[in-house]
Design a protein around this ligand. Structure first.
Ligand SMILES: Cc1ncc(COP(=O)(O)O)c(C=O)c1O
Length: 338
């Protein structure tokens, strides 16, 4: 990300954001109580939370669940045509929890809407885990209505310093810059960010990323061998995978099951301290867990524990307990926005 940041900042307008970034965009382009944003679920939960905080309605145009969570530009554009109070479209690439990159022609179609006069925000929080060259940050030189957001929170592991960057056109950069408070980046944050961008530390980030990508490949290979693990939904362009958990092994006719996924989620966390995300209530994600790729040891622990937990569930056919657990834990599991 930051090599791009250094490279692009000479070419394109850059607004460095801290803490308030999501609400800054909302405050810049939307009037509370009147305007709306458009999101494409399943997606990052904070877009809707920020909209709620700013008294903005959320129009949802779900991703295409039959086509690996592809964007639906025709449906998005139809919503934009029929509702001029939509001021921002949020697209996440790679998607969270879908882990897939948006297709360039699909995004272009939305950017080139013939009449709509709003802003497209492309959230590239996980772009460093996608193949090189996947970022569309340079597109802001071509489309003045595009804001591309990146963060040091993911591949750099610096979520604690609360620093990200938005690439955008000069007119939008001017608006955002006039909105920000003076000295909005603290000196500890800027010191740590500058240190992270030194060649020596960039090399550390890249080597960590390589290790994560290797473990991601391993999970893609090994998880489906566990009886009770179903298909991967979405893609593999991020540092997590979205995978179905079945109510029985696949060769016994297993079907995606929230009940089983919740039992797995709870037992992984409570017995082994392995925390995954339950995403079974999201559009098109029945029975799904979002599993973040960890170190080799963490992946070992996940694979072993997942195998044990699922074998135990299937051996005991512990459904009564499972459904009680679903009632008790579902709310809690859904609360986690990440
Ligand atoms: C899609 C997406 N965007 C942004 C963020 C958060 O980024 P930051 O820490 O820079 O606020 C997350 C964190 O989970 C995310 O999933």
């Amino acid at each position: 990300m930051m090599t791009r940041l250094i490279k692009y900042s000479r070419k394109i307008s850059l607004w460095v954001l801290v803490r308030m970034k999501r609400s800054a965009l909302l405050r810049c382009f939307c009037t509370p109580g009147r305007d709306k944003i458009l999101t494409c679920p399943p997606t990052y939960g904070m877009y809707a939370v920020s909209a709620q905080v700013n008294d903005l309605e959320v129009v949802k145009v779900p991703l295409d669940t039959k086509k690996a969570f592809k964007l639906r530009p025709d449906a998005i554009n139809a919503s934009l045509s029929s509702d001029p109070s939509i001021k921002i479209v949020y697209v996440c690439s790679p998607g969270n929890p879908t882990a897939n990159l948006v297709s360039k022609p699909d995004l272009q179609q939305v950017l080139e809407h013939p009449t709509w006069n709003g802003v497209v925000v492309l959230d590239e929080a996980y772009i460093d885990f996608a193949p090189d060259g996947s970022s569309l940050a340079e597109w802001v030189t071509e489309w003045p209505n595009l804001v591309v957001m990146q963060t040091l929170s993911k591949a750099f592991g610096l979520a604690g310093i609360r620093l990200g960057a938005a690439y955008t056109s000069p007119p939008i950069a001017r608006l955002l810059n006039s909105l920000k408070a003076p000295y909005n980046i603290s000196s500890p944050t800027s010191t740590l960010a500058c240190a992270a961008l030194q060649p020596k530390n960039l090399a550390v980030m890249k080597s960590n990323r390589e290790k994560i990508l290797m473990q991601r490949d391993r999970l893609v290979e090994e998880l489906p061998k566990i009886p009770g693990v179903g298909r991967f939904l979405g893609g593999a362009d991020s540092n997590f995978l979205l995978v179905e958990i079945l109510d029985r092994p696949r060769d016994e006719g297993g079907r995606p099951s929230n009940e089983t996924a919740l039992v797995v989620y709870v037992r992984l966390a409570e017995t082994k301290g392995v925390v995954v995300r339950f995403r079974g209530k999201e559009v098109g994600c029945l029975g799904c867990l979002r599993i973040t790729v960890g170190t080799e040891e963490e992946v070992n622990a996940l694979l072993n524990t997942m195998q044990l937990v699922l074998a135990d569930i299937f051996d005991n056919r512990d459904w009564a307990r499972g459904s009680q657990m679903e009632d008790a834990k579902e709310h809690e599991a859904n609360e986690v926005i990440a």
